[in-house]
Design a protein around this ligand. Sequence first.
Ligand code: UDP
Length: 422
Amino acid sequence: MKRPSEQSLQNMVAEYQAVTSPNVMHQLEQLAAPLKGARVLHINSTKEGGGVAEILHKFIPLKQALGIEADWEIITGNQEFYQCTKGFHNALQGMRQTISDKLLQNYEQTNRENAEKLHEKLKEADFVFIHDPQPAPLLNYISERKGKWIWRCHIDVSRPYRQVWKYLREWVTPYDASIFSLPEFAQTLPHPQYIVAPSIDPLSDKNCPLPEREIKNVFSQFNLDPDLPLITQVSRYDRFKDPLGVIEAYKLASKLTPLQLVLAGGGASDDPEGEAILNEVKQASNGAPNIHVLLLPADANRTINALQRASDIILQKSIKEGFGLTVSEGMWKGKPVIGGDTGGIRLQVINHYTGFLVRTPEGAALRTRYLLHRRDKLKDMGMRAQRFVRENFLITRHLREYLTLMVGLTSGDVERISVGSA
Ligand code: UDP
């Protein structure tokens, strides 16, 4: 990944300070000082689609701005590889899954091949962050590694399907540390476990302020009615995001209160189930007035930003959720979020304060109608939601925790890492 120029780094620092707090970058610079010149490699399995890619796109330049040699690589595999890792994903979130030996062998072979391709970088890095189960076995195929390896799990593993976790645990055990998003996700592992919540980038196209006309433009772009209240869920088409439950909630609420629903989603290249779920969603919404099912390209960040800003309420009715960046994205735009009472959504939605936690379509419908009828409450909740994100879920806080973790993991051998610095 290309390093930003000195001028653009300076601008970046100023912009973050303006949105967060005046000393935030100074604090990050201090924390990053012992890590100057350290080689940090992040590995996941997709450049676009899903929360991990969303975070890494901005994490890498920010680390570089702090003098860290940060880099990001993806591993690639065939269709069977993604079928297998989607099975892992579903199993870690509690679904019973049988994964054949053939798929497991292909998973291991794919990791072996990727390890060969990335061998030099992986071997030389001072820190390797491996995101989720897809690249977990890489460590096993690297001889004489130099750095610390950290497994970063973004999934809700509070109640994994045991058989699959037992298999994956073998790959994760030799790591130096793991990171989970919530304390409830921590596992029995023989190394330190850190709890770090993800974050959103307030300066990205997804979250930056937009001119009013760009926000209004979504009404004509997607054939929406500017005079009807709008509720929106932005998500990959995935069963755990419960898009069918959202449609049911919309149908219940709209019997009594006129409104429109947008379901906005796109594919992730490492998610092979999206198309089937999208078809189910289209079927369920067929004939229902004012349901808009959108399939957006991967770079539609400003469009999603505008849709979230144009909405009255943001929904994220997941039944399992590692964190749910879309929740913070909605809250950052001053919207109350009606979210599934699960995993990382509970961390962001404080029930009755920054939004509502719900367990059923009926609950989501009831809360939707309540907020649309009580505009004063809707506005207050939205303002509190934005403040809560500013204080807790921006990328600067996230980076601070990563830097602390890296310094902590190397206390004693920081000198060695500093060798490459100017
Ligand atoms: N997203 C997107 N386009 C889509 C659907 C989702 O850009 O069509 C983004 C969304 O705005 C968020 C991320 O992808 O930034 C999804 O992260 P989240 O943690 O909510 O869910 P995940 O997909 O990682 O389970």
